[in-house]
Design a protein. Structure first.
Length: 86
């Protein structure tokens, strides 16, 4: 099976994409807003995956969750949300 695209492909991280968009457009541009939204979603997704991992760790006490600024129940509610949900 032949690849649909042949050639050099550069993979960028979310921070690099936002920097490229800022360098090539106005802050009010659709491309800038789309890049900022994608970065926000990426960051939320990472945070919620980490919370899911932390919830599986039974050594984390309520005091530790309070240090994070939430209760275990709030963490469970947040972990259930999709990345696009506030």
């Amino acid at each position: 099976m032949k690849a649909a695209y042949e050639g050099d492909v550069t993979r960028y991280g979310s921070d690099e994409l936002v920097a490229l968009i800022k360098a090539n457009g106005k802050k009010d541009s659709l491309l800038h807003r789309a890049g900022a939204t994608l970065k926000l979603w990426w960051d939320r997704s990472k945070e919620r995956r980490q919370i899911k991992r932390d919830l599986r760790n039974f050594c984390i006490t309520e005091a530790v969750w309070e240090d994070f600024g939430m209760t275990r129940a709030e963490a469970q509610d947040l972990a259930r949300k999709h990345f696009w949900q506030v």
